[in-house]
Design a protein around this ligand. Sequence first.
Ligand code: ADP
Ligand code: 5GP
Length: 201
Amino acid sequence: MTSSFTVSREPLLVVVSGPSGVGKSTVVDRILARVPDIVASVSVTTRPPRGGERDGFDYFFVTREEFERRRDAGEYLEWAEVHGNFYGTPAAFVESALAAGTGVILEIDIQGGMSVRGRFPGAVLIFLFPPDLETLRARLDGRATDEEAVIRCRLENAKRELARFDGYDYIVVNDDVERCAGDCLSIIRAETLRRERSTIA
Ligand code: ADP
Ligand code: 5GP
């Protein structure tokens, strides 16, 4: 008589950061399309929507007053001011997904990444790098949704961010989307299989 082992795995909390325009949303979409048991958290922001962005899908767009009310009520897992706007991760969504055994991806800035690491030491932090600054500029221009002054501000922030990745676990270069998403999928798979996250019955 043989009986097989049942291995259960803890869900992952994955943070994807990198300068604006590096391709975080593009890469995260590919990960979501290929990993069945992982979901993306939708952040709350005071930034106005860009053309084509949908409330509740890309972000929850709120006023500064509403953002502050939720922040003061402790509704965010982490929050930060980025490029002059507030952004926050809703705690209830992330906690209930993890409790239900579903992994969560957060597409957030470095300040947020460091807060998450403090609260969830087992979180997996991935930092996306552009191949070079000219390519980053071209991607920001190509997105064609921001004013020139906004793009300039984002490029200046990018130069600072590209020197602050030392709290991250992995650096992945987004030269080719397929390869970059493939590297992220390898990281997610390997981290899921770690002994510390596995229980055998
Ligand atoms: P982020 O979420 O980091 O701000 P986006 O995912 O919006 O960046 O990508 C910015 C722009 O760059 C988009 O127009 C996207 O289609 C493009 N892009 C993303 N990754 C690549 C890539 N590897 N090669 C070429 N263009 C890319
Ligand atoms: P964008 O305005 O281009 O959508 O995002 C600007 C920056 O804010 C990006 O670096 C993005 O990752 C970050 N961001 C988006 N949502 C959150 C969030 O909930 N928390 C934090 N800390 N950063 C966020």
